[in-house]
Write a protein that binds this ligand. Sequence first.
Ligand code: P6P
Length: 336
Amino acid sequence: MSKPNQTLGEFIIENQTSFKYTSGELSRLLNSIRLAAKVVNHEVNKAGLVDIIGNAGDTNIQGEDQQKLDVYANQKFIQTLTKRNIVCGIASEEEDDFIAINSQDENNQNKYVVLIDPLDGSSNIDVNVSVGTIFSIYRRVTPLGTPVTLEDFLQKGSAQVAAGYVVYGTSTMLVYTTGDGVNGFTLNPAIGSYYLSHPNMEFPKDGHIYSVNEGNYADFPVGIKKYIKYCQEDEGERPYTSRYIGSLVSDFHRNMIKGGIYMYPKSSKNPKGKLRLLYECNPMAFIAEQANGKASDGFTRIMDIVPTELHERVPFICGSVNMVEKAEEFMRNEEL
Ligand code: P6P
């Protein structure tokens, strides 16, 4: 249920009863993410002005240079979620292992864990191209009051209770779902409030935009190569337009509004694909399906994949349902 120009805070309270897991805890958790996103947004917007651009000198478990803003965003989200004592565990792209919150306190009745990519697309930071934050929320599966275990994080995407992203673009938007549709809120930086600007977001069933790093074309599976050529053929409503920002959140967001498909297939450089299942693909897949889109690895629904490792990678195809199904058809035909 949405009202024009409703603030995010009003929306969360008003829709709290629709949460499958009724509790103020999920509302407080979403509000914490909202707050942390505002703080990170402030730094992202002034990144060019202070010495926060450039490598922090460390690398993360992915072997990627950690941009200072990566490190800052990671710290802010973890601090906000920890200080407000709302979750029992956090996993982050920037942390080798998960973080157990108040694990020694048997009174710790917090029931949610959060998995987060604090700053996705960070290689775009120092060239002033949009970046994003992605989050995924689950109920823990181990007993309340006990320390969280890896089992609480290695859940199928279909078990998510909420997922969302923040896109730090020409404006800053927070887009999320709790399993009851997808709604987008735009930040008014002058007063620091998010306003409902995109109620009930949905992927058009068809689109004319395809997003993939064609620099890896030579290494793609044959089915993907044939689908890309299909997009480029001069027939009917094709050729489609190629748009690739190098920031999953930005490509996904544009494709959800205009219609389109995003692909990060496997290749010899990334034999399992590049994107991480738990804090990139699953949350974006949840949002996609709630917006009548689709997300798979080319063969299997992303949210049906059983995770085995915290940072595991999967091939990712996501977007307008008819475009994803066409790409899957090419992939299946090569498997026959
Ligand atoms: P490439 C950013 O690192 C990211 O995870 C996604 O946001 C983005 O779509 C992709 O990787 C870009 O990867 O290999 O095309 O530069």
